[in-house]
Structure formats: structure tokens, C-alpha cells
Design a protein around this ligand. Structure first.
Ligand code: SF4
Length: 256
């Protein structure tokens, strides 16, 4: 497991962060990379949203460190992301990276994706049905990367991850444990860094909320849902001989 922090979270002797090893579905790093590559290939051929499939340059799958303890979810690709095939670029990315570094988190050790993997034409808001269809691709990434913390940027990403429609200004900075892809994970909603570009007050709120990440990454992983245990089937009672069938034929030992 890769330690996301440059400082502030001390690895234990065996290299795991405090709080123990997170049980990843694909535990081998090589197999995890293969599984992520397969999930990306499936997404790149996705045509569930016909309008987006017809207008996108490409599907923008997540990228970063497949062993990340921190997974960042933005809203949807814009023009630059659509052209280059990478999530969250330009000035919002630079702001986020700078604020992560301030907290001691290495931006290269983070997995970044978007709630919608295709650019909406003219940068319109993603439609609820599109977000619903694309949620499977997001959950696949959460399942394979298996982060300790998911940080959602802005209203759209936060709504998709939490499954509740609330304005980001009401919920930013409030951590909660959310079950995603069968695993309980800490979620930290924050303001979108694009909103902080021109407003110093918003930048300060974002900085304050992101400063919580090292502490969250250091917490023990949340208690996980219990797997459903199917009790072994009770042995079938012996079948009583059918008196109407009469005695077995001569020479047959009654094995059948
Ligand atoms: S937005 Fe998501 S679900 Fe819709 S076509 Fe693109 S990859 Fe598929």
C-alpha cells in the first residue's frame, strides 16, 4: 500500500499506514493494474449515453496511482480533459495539487476521476440519467483502487458519491462513511477548486477542508459490512424404501 502523505502520516513497520491494511479486492499490485486497465478499456467502448458518445473525443477514465489511499472525484471532463483524456486539468488541477502539497499529500500518489466520464457538449450540466448510467464506472474504480478516503469536488460529484442531493456549501468539510462498491469508505466533500480560482474566501474554505485529509487518512478503516454467510445445507433425510416398488431383483445389491 502506498502512503499518500509526504508528511504527517507515519507508516507502520511493515509500510502500512496506521489503522491497518485495507482489504483490497485485487490485492496484487500487478493484478490490480491489469484489472484497472480492463475496466478502462470497457469504459472506452461505452455507449450508454448516445449523445455523449457521439460528441466526445474520448472517454476520460481516471488516472493516477492505482495504489492510492486517496481517490478524488470531480464532476465531468471539460474541453481540455476531453482532448487529452486526463481528469481535472488546467488551473483547477494546479490549485488542488498546490493545496494537497500544503497538507503534506503528494498529488502523484492520488487517483483522480470524474463522476461522468464523457464531456457534455458545450459544457452543459450532466443530466441525472447520464450520471446514473456512469456510476458503474466510478464504482469500478473505487472497488479496484480501494482508497481509504474519497474526496468529492463540488456539488455534482458529491451528490453522485453520497447519493443525496444537497448543496456543497451545506455539506463541505463534513466527513461521513459511505458504502461504495460493497466497501465502507470515508468521504470528504469539498468545494470545487474551479470555484476557488477567483474568490479568496472560497479558496480558504477549500484549504481548510483539504487540511483534514491527513487526519482522515490516518484513521483506522471503517468497520466493513459483514459478508453474507450462507449456512451449509442440512443433509437430506434418507429416502425410505417405496413399499409399492417391491423387493429388488435377484442379484442386485440395492446400491441404486
Ligand atoms: S458518460 Fe459514462 S455511461 Fe455515459 S457513455 Fe460516457 S462512459 Fe458511458
Amino acid at each position: 500500500m502506498r502512503n499518500t502523505c509526504l508528511a504527517g502520516v507515519s507508516p507502520t513497520v511493515d509500510g502500512d499506514p496506521p489503522g491497518g491494511r485495507y482489504d483490497r479486492r485485487v490485492s496484487s499490485p500487478d493484478e490490480r493494474r491489469d484489472a484497472i486497465a480492463q475496466a478502462a478499456a470497457r469504459a472506452r467502448g461505452c455507449g450508454r449515453c448516445p449523445q455523449l458518445a457521439a460528441t466526445r473525443t474520448q472517454v476520460v477514465f481516471g488516472s493516477g496511482d492505482p495504489d492510492a489511499d486517496l481517490l478524488v472525484v470531480a464532476d465531468a471532463p471539460g474541453r481540455e480533459e476531453d482532448e487529452r483524456g486526463v481528469s481535472l486539468l488546467g488551473r483547477p488541477r494546479r490549485v488542488l495539487d498546490e493545496l494537497l502539497r500544503e497538507t503534506g499529500i503528494d498529488p502523484a500518489a492520488v487517483w483522480t476521476t470524474t463522476a461522468l466520464l464523457c464531456r457534455p457538449p458545450d459544457n452543459r450540466d450532466p443530466a441525472p440519467a447520464e450520471l446514473e448510467r456512469c456510476r458503474a464506472h466510478l464504482l469500478a474504480q473505487v472497488e479496484l483502487v480501494a482508497p481509504r478516503v474519497v474526496c468529492t469536488l463540488g456539488t455534482v460529484a458529491t451528490r453522485v458519491v453520497r447519493g443525496v442531493a444537497e448543496p456543497i456549501l451545506r455539506v463541505h468539510g463534513r466527513t461521513e462513511v459511505v458504502e461504495l462498491a460493497g466497501r465502507r469508505v470515508r468521504v470528504l466533500p469539498v468545494l470545487h477548486p474551479a470555484a476557488a480560482l477567483y474568490r479568496p474566501q472560497t479558496l480558504e474554505l477549500l484549504r481548510r477542508d483539504l487540511a483534514r485529509l491527513p487526519g482522515l487518512l490516518a484513521l483506522p478503516v471503517p468497520e466493513q459490512p459483514r459478508p453474507v454467510v450462507v449456512p451449509p445445507a442440512a443433509p437430506l433425510p434418507p429416502v425410505a424404501p417405496d413399499p409399492a416398488a417391491g423387493p429388488p431383483p435377484d442379484g442386485q445389491l440395492g446400491l441404486f
